[in-house]
Design a protein around this ligand. Structure first.
Ligand SMILES: [Zn+2]
Length: 197
C-alpha cells in the first residue's frame, strides 16, 4: 500500500443513480486534476475523474461527454452498428429463415422500448440501454425483432420463430427485472407499422 493512497481529501466523490440511457456513474472531482477528465468502467459502474474546479452546468456537460464517449467505446457489446448488424444477420440465418433486416442500429432516443422494428422497411432499432446487458439478452432481443420481419403480430407463428432462440423467455424475465431495478416502464408494442408508400 502506498502512503499516498489515503491522501484523497482533495477528491470529492458523488454517485449518480443509473438512468435509462446510462449506468451508475461515480464522479471523482479532484483539485489535483487541472484540465482534463477521464472515464473508465468499474464493473457495471462508470467512474469519471474530473477537475474539481469545474462546476454546475459545465460540470454536467463535461461528465456527460466523458460518459457518452466511454459508452460508445465499451469493448464488450460496444461495438457499433456494423457489428450489431453482422450479429443480426448471423442470427437471421440461424433462426429467422434467412430473412435479413435492411438495417440495425443502436438508438438513444428510445426511452420506453428495448427495441423496435418497422416490418415495411425492415429496420430494427435497439435501445442504447441494452448495451449493458449480457450478449445473450441482446441476441434474444434481436431474434425477437427479426421475427417481426416475418410476422408482425405477437402471434403463435411469431412465438414459434422467436422461441427458436432458446433463452427467449429467460431474456424477457431478465429485462423485466432490469426495468424494475431501473424504475422504467417499458411499453408492450415494439412494432411500428408505417403505411407503405
Ligand atoms: Zn415484439
Amino acid at each position: 500500500m502506498s502512503k499516498h493512497s489515503n491522501k484523497d481529501s482533495d477528491t470529492t466523490i458523488t454517485i449518480e443513480s443509473p438512468r435509462f440511457d446510462r449506468p451508475e456513474v461515480e464522479i471523482r472531482a479532484s483539485t489535483r486534476r487541472k484540465k482534463t477528465g477521464t472515464a473508465h468502467w468499474s464493473g457495471s459502474r462508470i467512474v469519471v475523474l474530473i477537475p474539481a474546479r469545474i462546476k454546475g452546468r459545465e460540470r454536467t456537460a463535461f461528465v456527460d461527454d466523458l460518459v457518452e464517449r466511454l459508452m460508445t467505446q465499451r469493448p464488450q457489446n460496444s461495438a457499433g452498428d456494423a457489428t450489431l448488424e453482422d450479429r443480426a444477420n448471423q442470427l437471421a440465418e440461424l433462426f429467422n429463415n434467412g430473412v435479413m433486416p435492411s438495417s440495425v442500429r443502436w438508438v438513444k432516443n428510445q426511452q420506453a422500448r428495448w427495441a423496435s422494428c418497422s416490418p415495411a422497411s425492415k429496420e430494427i432499432r435497439m435501445s442504447n440501454r441494452l448495451r449493458q446487458c449480457p450478449e445473450w439478452v441482446i441476441d434474444a432481443v434481436l431474434v425477437h425483432e427479426l421475427a417481426h420481419l416475418q410476422e408482425v403480430g405477437h402471434t403463435a407463428r411469431f412465438n414459434e420463430i422467436a422461441n427458436r432462440f432458446e433463452r427467449q423467455e429467460e431474456s424477457a424475465l431478465f429485462l423485466e427485472g432490469y426495468a424494475l431495478g431501473l424504475g422504467l416502464r417499458i411499453e408492450e408494442g415494439d412494432v411500428d407499422v408505417i403505411s407503405a408508400d
